[in-house]
Ligand binder design. Sequence first.
Ligand SMILES: C[S@@+](CC[C@H](N)C(=O)[O-])C[C@H]1O[C@@H](n2cnc3c(N)ncnc32)[C@H](O)[C@@H]1O
Length: 282
Amino acid sequence: MSTIGESSRKVRTQATAAGVYEWFLGGRYSQEADANAAIASQRTFPLLSRTMRYNRQFLQRVVRHLVGEGVRQFLDLGSGYPSSGNVHEVAQELAPGARVVYVDYEPDTVEVSRSILAANPDATCVLGDVRSPGEVLANPEVRELLDFDEPIGLLMIAVLHFLPDTDAITRLVRRYSDALAPGSYLAISHGLVASGRVREIQSEATKVYNHTVSENGYTRSLAEIEQLFGGMAMVPPGVVLATDWHPDDPDHHHDDEDEASAILAGGVGRVERRLTKGSGAS
Ligand SMILES: C[S@@+](CC[C@H](N)C(=O)[O-])C[C@H]1O[C@@H](n2cnc3c(N)ncnc32)[C@H](O)[C@@H]1O
């Protein structure tokens, strides 16, 4: 366990999505309950840790792409621990002074995050539930660090698959994207329903995950994940396997045999015009 906040950090008996993901990434902030749950899921789907790394790599490529497009501020909903190459590490290396607000609803994650970021004037983490857009958008720390009249990179990476109702999430995503200035971007990665043999292993692993972790995961089809963008203009190539989105390797080719990549999709949309006037926090 970390030395950060160690004296006051509560030991959890329940695994969390943030802790399990942190364990898979090899980060230092997971706890024993997380490790046990991660190992149990991995027994049913041995490639799960590779999928988790693919997800983090997708996030990193998205952040680099958006910095390249001039974005200098990020709102990261369902952020996990700000380590192992999370948003502020990538953005601030490329663009010193880039501002990042992490939002998570899991108290241990937020407490550890705040202590990691204590000396960073351009990044913070606030407690917030992605299902409460009004509260998140009105949060004083969000408002202090981010300027909603300038483009923002809104990141919903590996978080929406913890919510059950596709239509409700589509409306939720809209509440956030409506508050953004033109030139902003929305990035989503999401668990994808696989086909054939992988689908069977995936549904076994999901059962184990849902049984051992505080969150329940819900996978969706490519069409359902596309729906979450609510028809906004998409950065090419649209919603695809996360590994196929702007790969770093110029020789990258789609690999049907890679079972770890078959269960995660992602894409990035662009906000063309602002729909909500003012703070967008109502
Ligand atoms: C798998 S981690 C993803 C972390 C990071 N976004 C990434 O992809 O690298 C999912 C995170 O979403 C958070 N989360 C799940 N449901 C949430 C909700 N309703 N509101 C805010 N955060 C949530 C979990 O606590 C966890 O930190």
